[in-house]
Design a protein around this ligand. Structure first.
Ligand code: MF3
Ligand code: CO
Length: 250
């Protein structure tokens, strides 16, 4: 069941999104060789608390942390760890902020120090694919138009799109209808309506799209050991087009 949000609810989610975006703006400065993802986790929890918010992921279906921190071949749901990040790594930090009962969700992949041209290209293509998906998030289009735009572009660049995890509706709970695959056929799936709030969060791999699960039953990584990047925004679909609720400054 797809629940449409009122202007007031969207405004509350925008406030959660603005706070979340400010976390990513801080992480941009903080992530460097030698830093570990447990330090990032601790910073995020403290920062959210200071700003009157909580980390919705912690305890969600038993997930033990405020953030997901997925390094290199980890696709998503990586656990924060004390292992230092090293020059040339990539790390995706994903989190859901709860501010006054309203949620926003955004993941971002950070280069650690200087990365190779190949890695930089993966990051650029993945980020651009998110915006191509968002462009399709207009009233009257269908869910498949979003996935199709993303898949088409990503595959044209020689990369693959993860199948096992999708974007989703979001509101007062993390995962709501409709689910938004990052691949698919134009003109297929539920029609997009004003008042829907969704995430678009393509995970893009340098090798094949296939994922396997770690022993912790959470972390997904590429089967072939290729790298995986991800950019995610929460956005509202309105008569005037999509509004990104987790937009960062600069
Ligand atoms: N932020 C995730 C998403 O983009 C949700 C994480 S689920 C959790 O869908 F269990 F890891 F919290
Ligand atoms: Co997320």
């Amino acid at each position: 069941m797809i629940v449409l949000k009122s202007k007031n609810e969207i405004e509350n989610m925008r406030k959660a999104g603005e706070l979340l975006a400010s976390v990513h703006e801080k992480l941009r400065e903080m992530i460097k060789p030698g830093v570990n993802t447990q330090q990032i986790e601790d910073f995020v929890e403290k920062y959210l608390k200071q700003h009157g918010a909580t980390a919705e992921q912690k305890g969600y279906q038993g997930y033990p942390y405020a953030t997901c921190a997925s390094v290199n071949d980890e696709i998503c749901h990586g656990f924060p760890s004390k292992k230092p990040l090293k020059e040339g790594d990539i790390v995706t930090i994903d989190m859901v902020v709860n501010l006054n009962g309203f949620l926003a969700d955004s993941a971002w992949t950070y280069p650690v120090g200087k990365v190779s041209d190949e890695v930089q290209d993966l990051l650029e293509v993945t980020e651009k694919s998110l915006y191509l998906g968002i462009e399709q998030a207009v009233v009257g289009n269908r869910v498949g138009d979003i996935g199709h735009a993303i898949q088409q572009y990503v595959e044209s660049k020689g990369y693959s799109v993860v199948r096992d995890f999708t974007g989703h509706g979001i509101g007062r709970t993390i995962h709501e209808d409709p689910y938004i695959p990052h691949y698919g056929l134009p003109g297929k799936g539920p029609r997009l309506k004003a008042g829907m709030v969704i995430t678009i969060e393509p995970m893009v791999n340098t090798g094949g799209w296939q994922a396997k699960m770690d022993d912790n039953d959470w972390t997904a990584r590429t089967v072939d050991g290729g790298l995986s990047a991800q950019y995610e925004h929460t956005l509202a679909i309105t008569e005037d087009g999509p509004i990104i609720l987790t937009k960062q400054k600069g």
